[in-house]
Design a binder for this molecule. Structure first.
Ligand code: FES
Ligand code: FES
Length: 172
């Protein structure tokens, strides 16, 4: 089956389709940004984007992304390592504590701001309510998303909705 992950096409045997998606990304492709925290689709730590929509992949199989466009946190930064403005805002505003929830938070916020670049703080709060931060650093996370929204109001944001970079390590 054909997969597209962080802008890179790849093909895997049909049998691989039955593997848990989070294990495939982390163990086979070394894309370890998505975390398996609850394993029941409750916390959001494993979130990636599938066709620009958040997906909690601890409850998904590889076959669920066949023919779809996937973005993981590893695809957010530019190929030269320059962080995406949303990632940069998380760093600048101290929105990362242990970092466990951060990849999922960033991807959910990214998908949301692409659709709603003029979102209010309350709308941002609701947008991330499926992603739990055990460090409870929610204020800084919301501050960072609010600051980064400025980037999404520019035409440049729409030029790079997903897959700014292709991970170099995508051979299963
Ligand atoms: S690890 Fe998937 S939702 Fe918690
Ligand atoms: S920063 Fe630790 S879980 Fe959110």
């Amino acid at each position: 089956m054909k997969l597209n992950i962080n802008g890179r096409d790849m093909e895997v045997a049909d049998a691989v389709g039955e593997r848990k998606l989070i294990n495939f990304l982390r163990d086979d492709l070394d894309l370890t940004g998505a975390k398996n925290a609850c394993d029941i689709g409750a916390c959001g730590a494993c979130t990636i984007l599938v066709d620009d929509a958040p997906s909690k992949i601890c409850i998904k199989r590889v076959k669920d992304i066949a023919g779809h466009r996937v973005l993981t946190i590893e695809g957010m930064a530019a190929p030269d390592g320059i962080l995406h403005p949303l990632q940069q805002a998380f760093v600048e505003l101290g929105a990362i504590q242990c970092g466990f929830c951060t990849p999922g938070m960033i991807l959910v916020a990214h998908a949301f701001l692409l659709r709603e670049p003029n979102a209010t703080r309350e709308q941002i709060r609701k947008a991330i309510n499926g992603n739990l931060c055990r460090c409870t650093g929610y204020q800084q996370i919301i501050d960072a998303i609010e600051q980064a929204a400025v980037h999404y109001r520019s035409p440049k944001a729409q030029e790079t909705p997903v897959a700014r970079a292709a991970s170099p390590a995508l051979q299963p």
